[in-house]
Write a protein that binds this ligand. Structure first.
Ligand code: GTP
Ligand code: MG
Length: 241
């Protein structure tokens, strides 16, 4: 059987690679993402007799198109559609970290939030009500310390259940100002008509409204690849670059 695919996303320095190393040990390989000078790290692990492939995405503060790192992380979530995206947050600076979590939740509903560095948070007297946070965000939230190997079993149990499709989520979706919402509503059907329903239409519409041309390029690359494979007939999106 093919293994389930997990992506690790998060701000820089939140412990993604520490978690990645803990889970995969020596079962990992690194290289570059195709066409980019961004490190690609992928590894394997097994939990409950189930195989998982996990990708350690570059740490980013957002998933717009400010850097090759952001493009890589964004494109993996949108086009490779991992079974679960694990957003690793630094529990000692949740407010700053939340921005990325909210962005990922606009792109996919298969999200689990891992609150990492809980040991450090405890030392600093920071308490986090993960149940309340989970309710608010509409996705599972699990407290961990990757460095101390705590909370990892519960995290993997949750990953496993979500990969099997047993964890329904209702990711918190940002509401924008009335005029932006009206524009999204106007644009979304057109975007859907062009690229189909398998992508996060609302999120892509927002990016287009923001003038993000890099997402157009990535869509074109995707459809070009699919055409070569014989999957699509003739979809193309016009990028001006
Ligand atoms: N106290 C504590 N430190 C941790 C924990 N997890 C990771 N760290 C430390 O945090 C630092 C950053 O960890 P990394 O795993 O490199 O973080 P990263 O998210 O991969 O960073 P980028 O690759 O830059 O995005 C390292 O010094 C880790 O040892 C934890 O649970 N508790
Ligand atoms: Mg790292």
């Amino acid at each position: 059987m093919e293994s389930y695919r997990i992506a690790l996303a998060g701000n820089p320095n939140t412990g993604k690679s520490t978690l990645f190393n803990l889970l995969t040990g020596l079962r990992q390989h690194t290289g570059n993402w195709p066409g980019k000078t961004v490190i690609h790290a992928e590894g394997e692990f097994n939990h409950k007799d189930t195989d998982f492939t996990i990708v350690d995405l570059p740490g980013t503060y957002s998933l717009y198109s400010n850097s090759a790192d952001e493009e890589v992380a964004r494109d993996y979530i949108i086009f490779d559609k991992p079974d679960v995206t694990l957003v690793v947050l630094d529990a000692t600076s949740l407010e700053r970290n939340m921005n990325l979590a909210l962005q990922v939740m606009e792109m996919t509903d298969r999200v689990i939030v891992a609150l990492n560095l809980m040991d450090e948070a405890k030392k600093k007297g920071i308490e986090v009500n993960s149940e309340a946070l989970s309710k608010k965000l509409g996705v599972p939230v699990v407290k961990i310390s990757a460095r101390n190997n705590t909370g990892i079993k519960e995290l993997l149990d949750t990953v496993h259940e979500m990969a099997l499709g047993n964890v329904p989520t209702t990711p918190y979706r940002m509401t924008y100002s009335a005029d932006i919402e009206a524009k999204i509503e106007e644009l979304s059907p057109k975007v859907r008509q062009m690229i189909g329903d398998e992508f996060p239409i609302r999120w892509i519409s927002l990016r287009l409204l923001d003038g993000d041309e890099s997402i157009l390029n990535s869509l074109n690359d995707y459809f070009r690849r699919e055409r070569k494979k014989g999957g699509f007939s003739n979809v193309s999106v016009n990028a001006t670059t």
